[in-house]
Design a protein around this ligand. Sequence first.
Ligand code: ADP
Ligand code: MG
Length: 242
Amino acid sequence: MARDQTTLERALLGRGDHHDHAVIARNVGKAFDDHAVLRDFSLEMRPSEFVALLGRSGSGKSTFLRVLGALDTEVDGYVRIPRHRAIVFQDPRLMPWLPVLRNVTLGLPQTREVKEHGLATLAEVGLQDHANAWPRTLSGGEAQRVALARAMVREPQLLLLDEPFGALDALTRIRMHALLRELYRKHRPAVLLVTHDVDEAILLADRVLVLTEGRISLSTKIDLPAPRNRSDPRFAALRRHL
Ligand code: ADP
Ligand code: MG
């Protein structure tokens, strides 16, 4: 497989003149051994655009998210992503030996300003009283709030979410939807949300994509203010497609 590492490295550094896009991915190809997972996958996202990516298990959603998070740079094609980006997985991946606030400010210099910013971000996710708590004392929903705070504290221009609410119960998931909407409204990052849940995609995103066998097989723009009526007939085609 041909590699265009130089283009990719340049792209990952965020150079270039495409200031009207938060993400440019063109003809991205990825294979594991001889199994092609992404084939000519292209996506452009505007700043502050909220895109949901749906697809069956194994269709390549996480692989693409890892490319956009620069966790996987061994790909073909052209990728341009902003310097400030953050990723949240289904599993919150907190460091159990660090209290909550230190998890939020992980990797940042521990200055007074950073701590204050971390506390303010914890307040935004409703956990200001848990700054000194240990991760093991948190519920699943609280731990995922900390993971969201750890992402938002970096003021990302691109927020990558890989089935972030997949492990939560239905009521907690509804609360997390409200929290994500609130964070998005305040900070306006571009968001790429990978999800299994078509209702979640319709509820939150400006554009819903379906990934099938490594390519986008359906793209639906949603020109309605969130939150939306899930039974709107405009979404019937999307449901049928899945
Ligand atoms: P999704 O997130 O849509 O469920 P993934 O992107 O995780 O799908 O995986 C897509 C395909 O790529 C699957 O067939 C998976 O087995 C394969 N795959 C993912 N990561 C690796 C890897 N590190 N090595 C080999 N195969 C992989
Ligand atoms: Mg996945």
